[in-house]
Design a protein around this ligand. Structure first.
Ligand SMILES: [Zn+2]
Length: 235
């Protein structure tokens, strides 16, 4: 279970946050933070070693994983209080939204980088720093994104301003959303199988290259043999 210390952003919000604690849902498909009243019986039993999920929330307005997350303190508020946001490790194959530089929030799948076969980079303290993401759309592209720019995809997620998109970006976004409709119901494993950047594909490419080199070497040595025969014949 993940708990956050109390954060009182400003005077107005003090009463709202008073006697409440942020708790994170541990369902890998959810991971939303819920503000839970401390005085409640259910919360009095909060145990750091036990898992906690939205349905355990005594607040019925936020007691289901399908309910969007309420207002959550942003990064600057955390920094003000000398706290660091620790990003929970999202499972490989997760459908996520990613904010790349100069691009709107875009749907993507967490997939292993085919060159290193890893999908996550940790910082020196062991916290998630970057995820390898495969952007949906046309064409699929890949990128190492900062963890703070990656969030699990859910329908209430920040949507890019579609009407502001033009040309190739608009087309790619349409394709990406069609893909989202298909992959949303899939499990993580299944999503990885449709990844366009399969480590196996690189292996096949390497094997094909090796065969081509072997063929060339054989042709060269055959030519040399033939030349050798001609020369032998001459002598
Ligand atoms: Zn949940």
């Amino acid at each position: 279970m993940s708990l956050l210390p109390d954060l009182n952003a400003n005077e107005d919000e003090t009463s709202y946050y008073a006697d409440k604690t942020w708790v994170q849902c541990e369902s890998p498909r959810c991971l939303k933070w819920r503000l839970v009243p401390k005085g409640d019986e259910a919360v009095a039993e909060l145990d750091h070693d036990k898992s906690w999920r939205c349905h355990m929330n005594p607040d019925p307005l936020f007691s289901h994983c399908n309910i969007p997350q309420g207002p959550f303190p942003n990064n600057s508020q955390f920094k003000e209080h000398g706290l660091k946001v620790v990003y929970f490790l999202l499972p490989v194959g997760s459908l996520v939204l990613v904010k790349g530089c100069n691009w709107p929030w875009w749907p993507a799948i967490l997939s292993p980088d085919p060159n290193v076969e890893e999908y996550v980079r940790l910082d020196s303290e062991g916290y998630v720093e970057h995820y390898h993401v495969e952007f949906l759309g046309k064409p699929h592209t890949r990128y190492w994104a900062a963890a703070k720019h990656v969030e699990l995809y859910h329908t209430s997620s920040t949507k890019p301003k579609y009407r502001n998109m033009r040309g190739a970006m608009r087309k790619s976004y349409e394709v990406a959303m069609e893909e989202v409709a298909k992959v949303r119901e899939m499990g993580c494993e299944e999503r990885l199988q449709i990844s366009h950047f399969q480590p196996q594909e690189l292996l096949f490419q390497a094997q094909r290259l090796m065969h081509a080199i072997e063929r060339m070497l054989r042709q060269c040595s055959n030519q040399q043999d033939n030349q050798g025969k001609v020369e032998t014949f001459r002598f």
